[in-house]
Design a protein around this ligand. Sequence first.
Ligand code: NAP
Length: 249
Amino acid sequence: MTGGWYAALVALQFVLAAATLVALRWIVAPYGRHARGGWGPTIPARVGWIVMEAPASVLFIVFFLLGDHRGQPVPIVLLALWQLHYVNRAFVTPLLTRSSARMPVLVAALAITFNTLNAWINARWVSQLGDYPLHWLADPRFVVGVVVMLAGLAINVHSDAVLRALRREHDGYAVPRRGAFRWISSPNYAGEIVEWCGWALLTWSPAGLAFAVYTIANLAPRAIANHRWYRETFPDYPPERRALIPGLL
Ligand SMILES: NC(=O)c1ccc[n+]([C@@H]2O[C@H](COP(=O)([O-])OP(=O)(O)OC[C@H]3O[C@@H](n4cnc5c(N)ncnc54)[C@H](OP(=O)(O)O)[C@@H]3O)[C@@H](O)[C@H]2O)c1
C-alpha cells in the first residue's frame, strides 16, 4: 500500500469521527441500557463484544508483523501498550461481565469494520511508516503519553469493575457511587478517552490522533445520553454529578 492510500485511510477515520458525532446527535447506539427493537437480529452482548473487539487485538498483531520495524524495541513497546488495553477489552471484560443483554448484529458489524481500519492505520504506523529510535523512550511526548495512557486505562478498568460489582449486588441497573462515579456518570468512557489521547501523544502519529478524535466523537455523545438516562431513571440521582468531565460537562 502506498503512502497516498495510507493517508487516505487516516483521513477516512477523521471523516468517520465527524459522521459519528453528527449521527449520534439523533441516534443513541442501540445496545446496553439504550437497547431497543428495530435494529435487526441480535446476539448475546458477551459474544458481540468478543467478536467485535478481537480484531483490534489480533489484526493489530498481524498488521504489525507485516512491518519492517517489527523487531525493533520501541515498536514492540508500542505493541505491548496497545495489547494491554485490547486483550482486556476483547477477552477479559466480556468473560467477566454479568450482563445478559443482547446487541444487534449491526452494531457488532460496524465495530468490526471500524476496528479493522483502526488496527491497520495504527499498526502500520507503528511497525512500518513511523520512525521510533531507542531514544524515543526518553522523549517527553512518549513519557507523558505513557503516563496519560496508563492513567486512562486504570480509570477505565476500575470503572468497569465498579459496574460489575454493582451488578453482583443488585438485579439490573443501580446508581454507581464508587470510584470516579462520584463525579461523573461515565468514568469508563472518560478513562477510555484519556487513554487514546495518551496513545496519540506517545506515538505522535496522525493515526493515533485520528483514533483519539474518533473515541471522543463516539463516547462523548453516549456519555451525555447515559447521564440523561440516569437522571430519568433514578429520581435520587446525585444532582452534582456531571456526564463526562467533573464540574464541567
Ligand atoms: N473506544 C470506543 O470508541 C468505545 C466504544 C464503546 C465502548 N467502549 C468501552 O467499552 C466498555 C463497555 O462499554 P459500554 O458502552 O458497554 O459501557 P457501559 O454502558 O458503562 O456498560 C458496561 C457494563 O456495565 C453494565 N452497567 C452499566 N451501567 C450499569 C449500572 N448503572 N448498573 C449495573 N450495571 C451497569 C452494563 O450492563 P448492560 O450491558 O446490561 O447495559 C455493561 O455490562 C467501556 O470501558 C467503554 O469505555 C469504547
